[in-house]
Design a protein around this ligand. Structure first.
Ligand SMILES: Cc1cc2nc3c(=O)[nH]c(=O)nc-3n(C[C@H](O)[C@H](O)[C@H](O)COP(=O)(O)OP(=O)(O)OC[C@H]3O[C@@H](n4cnc5c(N)ncnc54)[C@H](O)[C@@H]3O)c2cc1C
Length: 337
C-alpha cells in the first residue's frame, strides 16, 4: 500500500514529463533542420518511456508483493499462553502501558481478535515470584487491551498500580523480557448497535478501559444511533486516564457522547463535578425519557460497584443494589463488568 502510494508520484511525474514535452513539441513549430528533429524526438519518447516503464515496473512490483498473511488468532479460551513484555511506557505517576508480544513461529501475524465488549485474563508465570491467593491458587485479573483487536504481533495493556494490589503491583515490577500469562478472549457483554437508545457508563480509576473499548467501537459506527454518557470518577485530576482521548471523542461526537469527570479532590477552578457519582448526579446527567430503552454499565473499584449497582459476586453479576436500584433500574438494565 505504502509502496504503491510512493510509486504514484513517480508515475505521475513520468506522465507529466512526457505530456509536457509532447505538448510543447506539438505547439512549437518543428525545428528548421531535419537533423535536430531526428535527434530530439526519440530521446524525449525514450526518456518518458524509460521513466514510465520504471514507474510501471515499480507499481507492478508493489502489486506483485505477496498479500498480507491472514491474521492468526493468538488467544486460547482454555489455555494460558505466555507473552513477553517488549516495551513499557510510563503513562502517569502510577500507570504504565505494557506492550506484550505474542510468541511462536507466526507471532508477527497473531492478533488478539477480541470482540466488544471483551477482555483477557492475566496471571503470573509459575515458579519464583508467582502471585497466589490465600488458598495457594494463582491470582487472576481481567484487563481490557488498549490496542485494537487486529493489532498484529502484540497487545497493549494500560495498567494502573494499586499499592495494596496483587496483579497490578506485580506488573509494576516487570522489565522488558518478562513473561506474562494470558487467556481469552472473555466476552463480557456482546454489544450490538441500536439495541438500546441510551447507554450510561459509571466508571472509576482503571475501570475506564472497558468503556474506552466499547465507546470507541460504538462511535466509529455511523449507522449506530445510540447515545452515551460517561460518568468517570477519580481521586485526583492527574488520575484521569485517557483524558485527551475522551475529550477528543466527545468533541468529535457531540450528539452521541457526553463525558463528565468527577474528582474527590478537585483543584481550584475545576469545572467538572466534585465528589462521588450519586443517584442525583445520574438523574441530572442521564435522565430517563418516557419509553426510552436504557442500559447502564459499571466498572470501577469495589466500593463504587457497591454504591452504584451493588457488588459483583465473583465473576457473576450479583444482586442489583445501590443508586441504580434506587432509581428503578432493573437487573437487565445494569451490567457490571
Ligand atoms: C472487565 C475489566 C477490565 C479491566 N481492565 C483493566 C485495565 O485495562 N487496566 C487496569 O489497570 N485495570 C483493569 N481492570 C481492573 C483489574 O482487573 C484489577 O482489578 C486491578 O488491576 C487491581 O487488581 P490487583 O490484583 O492489583 O488488586 P486486588 O488484589 O484485586 O485489590 C487490592 C486492593 O486494590 C483495590 N482495588 C481493586 N481493584 C481496584 C480498582 N479497579 N480501582 C481501585 N481500587 C481497586 C481493592 O479494594 C483492594 O484494596 C479491569 C477490570 C475489569 C472487571
Amino acid at each position: 500500500m505504502i509502496a504503491t502510494r510512493t510509486a504514484l508520484p513517480a508515475l505521475r511525474a513520468a506522465r507529466t514529463v512526457a505530456g509536457r514535452r509532447f505538448n510543447s513539441t506539438a505547439a512549437t513549430p518543428p525545428p528548421p533542420t531535419p537533423e535536430k528533429k531526428a535527434s530530439n524526438t526519440p530521446l524525449i519518447f525514450g526518456l518518458a518511456g524509460v521513466a514510465g516503464l520504471a514507474a510501471f515496473a515499480y507499481l507492478n512490483r508493489s502489486e506483485a508483493k505477496a498479500p498480507a498473511k491472514p491474521a492468526v488468532p493468538a488467544l486460547e479460551k482454555d489455555t494460558w499462553i505466555p507473552v513477553k513484555v517488549s516495551k513499557i511506557d510510563k503513562y502517569n505517576h502510577n500507570t504504565k502501558v505494557y506492550r506484550l508480544d505474542f510468541q511462536g513461529d507466526d507471532a508477527k501475524d497473531k492478533v488478539s481478535g477480541i470482540t466488544v465488549a471483551g477482555a483477557i485474563v492475566v496471571k503470573t508465570p509459575e515458579g519464583e515470584g508467582e502471585v497466589l491467593d490465600k488458598k495457594g491458587k494463582p491470582v487472576i485479573r481481567p484487563y481490557t487491551p488498549l490496542s485494537p483487536p487486529d493489532q498484529r504481533g502484540s497487545i497493549d495493556l494500560l495498567v494502573k498500580e494499586y499499592p495494596t494490589g496483587n496483579i497490578s503491583k506485580w506488573f509494576g515490577t516487570l522489565t522488558p523480557g518478562a513473561e506474562v500469562h494470558i487467556k481469552g478472549p472473555i466476552l463480557k457483554y456482546e454489544y450490538k448497535p441500536n439495541t438500546f437508545d441510551k447507554g450510561l457508563f459509571v466508571t472509576g480509576g482503571s475501570g475506564v478501559t472497558p468503556a474506552y473499548q466499547f465507546l470507541t467501537h460504538a462511535l466509529k459506527d455511523k449507522s449506530d444511533k445510540t447515545k452515551f454518557t460517561l460518568l468517570f470518577a477519580n481521586v485526583n485530576e492527574e488520575d484521569i486516564l485517557l483524558r485527551k482521548e475522551w475529550d477528543a471523542l466527545a468533541a468529535a461526537n457531540p450528539d452521541r457522547l457526553n463525558v463528565v469527570y468527577f474528582l474527590d479532590n478537585a483543584p481550584a477552578g475545576w469545572s467538572g463535578e466534585k465528589g462521588y457519582v450519586t443517584a442525583d448526579k445520574i438523574t441530572q446527567y442521564f435522565p430517563r425519557g418516557e419509553g426510552e430503552k436504557v442500559q447502564a454499565f459499571v466498572c470501577g473499584p469495589p466500593g463504587q460497584y457497591a454504591a452504584i449497582s451493588g457488588k459483583k459476586d465473583g465473576f457473576k453479576q450479583g444482586e442489583l443494589g445501590g443508586a441504580l436500584k434506587d432509581l428503578g433500574y432493573t437487573s437487565e438494565e445494569v451490567f457490571k463488568f
